[in-house]
Design a protein. Sequence first.
Length: 204
Amino acid sequence: MPPTPEPPPRVGRRPRSDAQRNQRTLLEAASVVFVRSGVDAPVRDIAAEAGVGMGTVYRHFPTRADLVVAVFRHQLDALAGDTAVAEPGVTPYEALRRWVLRFVDFLVTKHGLAEALRSDQAGFESLHAEFVERLLPVLDQLLKASAAAGQTHSDTRAYDLMLAIGNLCIGVETFPDYRARHMIDVLLSGLARNNEETPGSGDQ
C-alpha cells in the first residue's frame, strides 16, 4: 500500500502572533494620533504613524467606533497592568506622576468614546464602570506608596484625585491652548509634601 502523501504546506496565512503584533502596532499608533489630534483624526494619519496602508487599518477596524473602543481597551489594559512598583532610581512620587500623565492621555480617548458609541449608551456606561473598577486600585496603590515614603500627603483618596484629574482635562475639548499636563503638574505639586523634591513639576 503506497504511503499517504503529506498535505501541502499552508501558504498566505500569517501566524496568529504576527497578526496580534500588527494589531498592537496599529493600536499604539492610533493612541499617539488620538492624543495629538483627537479621536476624529483622519485614518490616513493613523496609517502613516503605523507605517501601513489605510486598507490595513480598515481590515482590522472596519469602523471608527471599533477603533476607538479598541484603543480605549488597549490603554486601559496598559494602565491596569501597571504594578505600581517604581523602577530602580525612580521615587514613588515620580512613579505616581508618570502613571497620572499616562492616565491623562487615556482620558483623551475616553472623551471621544461617548461620541463614538452614541448609539450604544449601555455599552459606554459599561466601559466607564470597567475603567473605574480597574484603575482605581492602581492609583490607590501608587498614592499609598508615595505617602508611605513621605513624599505626598496621606489624606488624599484615590477616587478624589481621579475626579480632579478628569475635571482638569475637560478644558482640552474647549480651549485649544489649554495645557492639561501643566495643570496636572500643579495639582501633583500641591499633593507633594516637599515641593522642592518633586522632579518634573512644570513640564508641558
